[in-house]
Design a protein around this ligand. Sequence first.
Ligand code: ATP
Length: 303
Amino acid sequence: MSVTVRAPAKVNLALVVGRPREDGYHPLNTVYQAISLYDDVRVSDAEDWVVSVHPIGEVDVSVVPLDDSNIALRAGRALVAHHGLELAADIVIHKGIPVAGGLAGGSADAAATLVALDRLWDLRTTDEDLLAIAGELGSDVPFALIGGSAHGLGHGELVSPLSDHGSYWWVVVPSDEGLSTPEVYREFDRLQPDLDPTAHQADPVALVSALQEGDPDALATSMRNDLEDAALSLRPELAERIALVQAHCDAKVMLSGSGPTILGIVASQEDALDSRAALLEAGFEVVHVATGPVAGAHVVEYA
Ligand code: ATP
């Protein structure tokens, strides 16, 4: 028997970053949205833990580790430890989310693995426990479980769903070379050594009300990414790339999370497809069109 779970990529509509805490984590005040780029994770019983990764389309999976550092494997082991069991699984990841792109693909795999193994072994883990295990695995993993649009506090792991009456269209432009999230945070600290410790605490009121109204223009105006300067400082050529995307999209354009994926929020599916065609014509090799919000990790097949 096998179970397949699909989990979405995330974008941060707001990513407000505070001064690092004593434990090294940066406090975040973030608004997530799950978008329609997905990884599918299939699990089945095995003698020992094993993970494999296969690309969907043009996704480069060469840097995804297949050893114990793969976050899907870590998720599996954490779930088994939580229940005090000695089980193992074969985890097969089909990856449609660009790797190391600021789209939380690894987190999606971890969330998908938790749900898939819970169903495979009928563990009936409570939602509360699943969210807690997810939060230990990584800041973005709890959000990959719940999907939709959500507010994230703590270091991103304390998520609460937001009411969202809209549907939005995204143009997603990955880069050939990923960016390391820890490196981007280190650069953020270097650029902002004297950050006011309370600066990140304001509620994202404008964004939350834009989502509630389902107003894409208000949403675009209130989007914010505090990691963008740090990512551009590490990868200056990204500024030119962002300008090029801007020139071919009638959209608000910004980096996704720690980058280097570039996002444009456009008014309609038609605009998204037009922008994609213009960007491909201008020489960009891979451009995705996605919609959001979409569901978090969910079962797509029992076989
Ligand atoms: P972060 O979640 O740290 O913000 P990201 O969204 O930019 O990162 P991911 O695709 O999650 O990017 O990958 C970050 C790194 O995690 C990769 O470079 C890879 O080395 C490692 N990794 C571990 N497990 C996985 C996995 N299952 N899928 C993708 N990357 C993984």
